[in-house]
Ligand binder design. Sequence first.
Ligand code: SF4
Length: 355
Amino acid sequence: MRERNGRVNLKNLTIDELESFVVSLGEKPFRAGQLARWLYGRKARSFEEMTDLARSFREKLMEKSRISFLQPAEVKASPDGTKKYRFLLTDGEAVESVLLPEKDHFTLCLSTQAGCALGCKFCLTGTRGLARNLDPSEIIDQVIGVQATLLAEEKLTNLVLMGMGEPLHNFDNVVRALKVIRSPAGLHFSHRRVTLSTAGIIPEMEEISSRHHFIKLAISLNASTDEQRSALMPINRKYPLNDLLAACRRIPLSNREKITFEYVLIRGLNDSEEDAHRLAKLLKGIRAKVNLIPFNEHSQSPFKRPEDIAVQKFRQILMARRFTTMVRQSKGSDIMAACGQLGGKVKTEGFEKIK
Ligand code: SF4
């Protein structure tokens, strides 16, 4: 992980590691709780603010550690209420997060990598390849950076790891970030409100769901045959549909929990009634919820959005087979913030500067 001048970035540490770090400075373990409250409760950006910590402790912290913060460099707002934030990282890379307004709360879509190596054909992020993995602090700081722009009555309660990158290709850093995001001493998000979306990296999917019971899984499926899926998502050649769905069947689920399957509908490619019937057959025996996402057209893709009638028919076929099926309204497509539209542009025109 990138450390500057040998100083530890405190947000790269889990809460347990923060305690060990504090002890290594010769302080009592309970001081870690105080420090975490400043970092994640009050969102402190400097040690000077931590006025209830002894000056000697603050001096040691200043010498040995640092506090990162990601100020949104730019933000673009859609009339539908969606906002896309661009964060510039210390090495010049940029990542984007998308804030989605819901009825009574907000959901934030987070990035876990700068770029992505998987190259899914419907995804703009995939066209630029992988630059690098994000550190835990760079994932956590997207949440804190967006929270800092919200009004007191605007509640950010839900997180989806569905922005730029394949989260399970950055496994260790994502798990560390999630530990802090979930911890009562950290950002304290409910485990029921944090979803990780994967293209289906089977070994890591199994590991995260067996060892870390703090995450809801969503699988980016997008096809009803291997031929279709391999053409859209090259990762399918390594982890084909039958293996992926067999792995989904093995995932331990709590009482009413379901696995979400994301399905980007593309006109003439995977949106037929036969596709819907095949999908229902594939998902048989899995406690599944299906999110249908009509493709968001953009200038850099030849794919077309499906007809509304095809979307409705597809949904009806799945509903008739008793799968909870939602059509995800395409929010933020006018500002390239919708699903599959992040991170393709390096240039930043069109954004509004945040002071
Ligand atoms: S859809 Fe997700 S996994 Fe596929 S290229 Fe885009 S960011 Fe990567």
